[in-house]
Design a protein around this ligand. Structure first.
Ligand code: ATP
Ligand code: MG
Length: 247
């Protein structure tokens, strides 16, 4: 099943930062997006959940248009589509004045209006999944970066998304905390969650992703299996990037 279809998406701020992106994500895909700083990786993810508007092109989520040939769907439809995706950012974005459990329960309460019993059971389930149950009543300030990020993942899962988007989920973490977060994402992959992961962790991309997309200067320069992109990159620019990052 086609989960995300991006067709010829363009986006400019002062200059054009997405210059005709076309990408398809199918159910169960783990797509690693790699590329140097400023290549447009975050902007692309942000366009998927309507944090940025594209200028032209189409984005379809599970076959339904978020934007088609530059024309956006109705706000109510946009809202429904973006709820199919959970996003985890580089900087956790937890609410500091709420406990871990309250962070998880807020959106299901406000947005989904699920019954409290169901919300509590889900919070329990997802905190357990990311290994954070014992910190349920702690405040974010008392957690390590890795723990905060695992809570952010659990919080996104509370909305029962079909697709998870990660924007450099480990790049704000000390190296020793990176592993626990990648392990959580790896588990999701094993459960067949569809994911797009912007990452600088090439080892992780190689191991967990089934597809790797290399972005450069607002275009997708190369795309393939990890074996293809890492083992036998077609473009000189990809080789150059990999040499720099793997140093
Ligand atoms: N809100 C904005 N206003 C103006 N320019 C922006 C905005 N957001 C991003 N840009 C510019 O768009 C380009 C692409 O940025 P983007 O954040 O998508 O890159 P990236 O690939 O995620 O980089 P990094 O690896 O550093 O996170 C950059 O030149 C950036 O300065
Ligand atoms: Mg970025």
């Amino acid at each position: 099943m086609n989960m995300i279809q991006i067709n010829d998406v363009h986006k400019s701020f002062d200059v054009e930062v997405l210059k005709g992106i076309t990408l398809e994500v199918n159910q169960g895909d783990v797509v690693a997006v790699i590329g140097s700083s400023g290549s447009g990786k975050s902007t692309l993810l942000r366009c998927l959940i309507d944090l940025e508007k594209v200028d032209s092109g189409s984005v379809l989520i599970e076959g339904d248009p978020l934007v088609e040939n530059g024309i956006y769907a109705k706000q109510t439809d946009i809202q429904k589509l973006i709820l199919k995706m959970g996003m985890v950012f580089q900087h956790f974005n937890l609410f500091p004045h709420l406990t871990v459990r309250q962070n998880l329960e807020l959106s299901p309460k406000l947005v989904k209006k699920q019954p409290q019993e169901e919300i509590s059971a889900n919070a329990q389930k997802y905190l357990k999944k990311v290994g954070m149950l014992e910190k349920a009543d702690a405040y974010p300030a008392s957690l390590s970066g890795g723990q905060k990020q695992r809570v952010a993942i659990a919080r996104a899962l509370m909305m029962n998304p079909d697709i998870m988007l990660f924007d450099e989920p480990t790049s704000a973490l000390d190296p020793e905390l990176t592993g626990e977060v990648l392990e959580t994402i790896r588990q999701l992959a094993e459960e067949n969650m569809t994911m797009v992961v912007v990452t600088h962790e090439m080892g992780f991309a190689r191991e967990v992703a089934n597809r790797v997309v290399f972005m450069d200067g607002g275009v997708i320069l190369e795309e393939g299996t990890p074996q293809e992109v890492f083992g036998n990159p077609k473009c000189a620019r990809t080789r150059e990037f990999l040499t720099t990052i793997l140093k």
